[in-house]
Design a protein around this ligand. Structure first.
Ligand code: PHE
Length: 349
């Protein structure tokens, strides 16, 4: 009877172990493993604890063996639980690695990138060119005194040249600058009698104009060089190099006599037509040339107004329209495209 009872107990323990093995093999996550641990090893309702309680019912001689067996079973169950935990952790990691795998060879989503505005591009090219020649780049005020915009540039009141400018006046003596030339005076006055001066001044300018080739706000770059023995040849060489830097090495320039109150002599500068290359087309009206800027030798009175002695130094100056340069460079037919900011236009640059 007793031996029978012992065999029963041993069989029951084997059944518990087998049931445990089946359950633990079926556990698919850490939570399930924890639940099984509680069910089998829990101090109170645990299956193994229940088995240990029944050891006392066995014949005294069998109890030590039963205790040993129960302890061995507990050890095996503990080992199996941590083994299963580790297996599941590895499997979970492998699953995550597979799920989160990134195919680095897949083409990415295009990142929409902004564009520099064509005016900014041409402005930067002009600045870079002059910086490479050792010029300073400065800017000046857009609201200007009549004195700097006209008077000091040899354009007194009632001078007919004021009509060319269609100014926006802000008051009796102030206006939105009609060109960047006032910076010739400001820069000379700030530096006289230092020589040589080499400076370019990019910036906004304003005139009461509005059509396909004129806007009320547009951009100019002023250039000014003052030094001993500066000649018209220096002006021509500088402008030829500029034209080639912006429009390409095959570009030629041509200077035509012109008139500005602040330069003497004055010259209008043409470049080889960017559309036909000089053979003659509609854009250049059959001439092969396109006008790009105004220039000349700084007028002696303007040098004086800037604080320089025209008997000791000379200088040249030029003023170009950035919009006009950009239109010629890129073949844009209407200036207003620059200001409407249609991205289909802007994205082409
Ligand atoms: N300021 C003149 C204009 O706006 C251009 C110019 C600049 C001409 C410097 C000669 C010298 O038309």
């Amino acid at each position: 009877m007793e031996s029978h009872s012992w065999q029963e107990w041993e069989k029951k323990l084997a059944a518990v172990t087998a049931a445990f093995e089946a359950e633990i093999a079926g556990a698919t996550d850490e939570k399930a493993v924890e639940a099984i641990r509680q069910r089998y090893l829990g101090r109170k309702g645990g299956v193994l604890a229940g088995m240990l309680r029944t050891v006392g019912e066995l014949p005294a001689a069998e109890r030590p063996r039963a205790g040993q067996l129960a302890n061995a079973a507990r050890g095996a169950i503990e080992a199996r639980l941590s083994e299963r935990s580790a297996q599941l952790a590895v499997a979970a990691l492998e699953r995550r690695l597979a799920e989160e795998q990134v195919d680095v060879s897949l083409p990415g989503w295009p990142v929409p990138a902004g564009h520099r505005h064509p005016i900014s591009i041409v402005k930067a090219e002009i600045e870079d060119f002059f910086v490479s020649l050792g010029y300073d780049v400065v800017s000046g005020p857009e609201t200007e005194y009549d004195y700097f915009n006209f008077e000091a540039l040899n354009i007194p009141k009632e001078h007919p040249a004021r009509d060319m400018h269609d100014s926006f006046y802000l008051g009796e003596t102030t206006l939105l600058r009609t060109h960047t030339s006032p910076m010739q005076i400001r820069y000379m006055q700030a530096h006289a009698p230092e020589v040589p001066l080499r400076v370019v001044v990019p910036g906004r300018t304003y005139r009461r104009d509005d059509d396909a080739t004129h806007a009320p706000m547009f951009h100019q770059v002023e250039g000014l060089v003052v030094g001993e023995g500066v000649t018209m040849g220096d002006l021509k060489g500088t402008l030829l190099a500029l034209a080639r830097a912006i429009f390409g090495e095959a570009t030629a320039i041509r200077m035509r006599p012109s008139y500005f109150p602040f330069t003497e002599p004055s010259a209008e500068v043409d470049v080889t037509c960017t559309v036909c290359g000089g053979t003659g087309c509609r854009t250049c009206k059959g001439t092969g040339w396109l006008e790009v800027l105004g220039s000349g030798m700084v007028h002696p009175q303007v040098l004086r107004n800037g604080g320089y002695d025209p008997d000791r130094v000379s200088g040249f100056a030029f003023g170009l329209g950035i919009e006009r340069m950009a239109m010629l460079k890129y073949g844009i037919e209407d200036l207003r495209h620059f200001y409407t900011n249609d991205w289909r236009f802007l994205a082409q640059f």
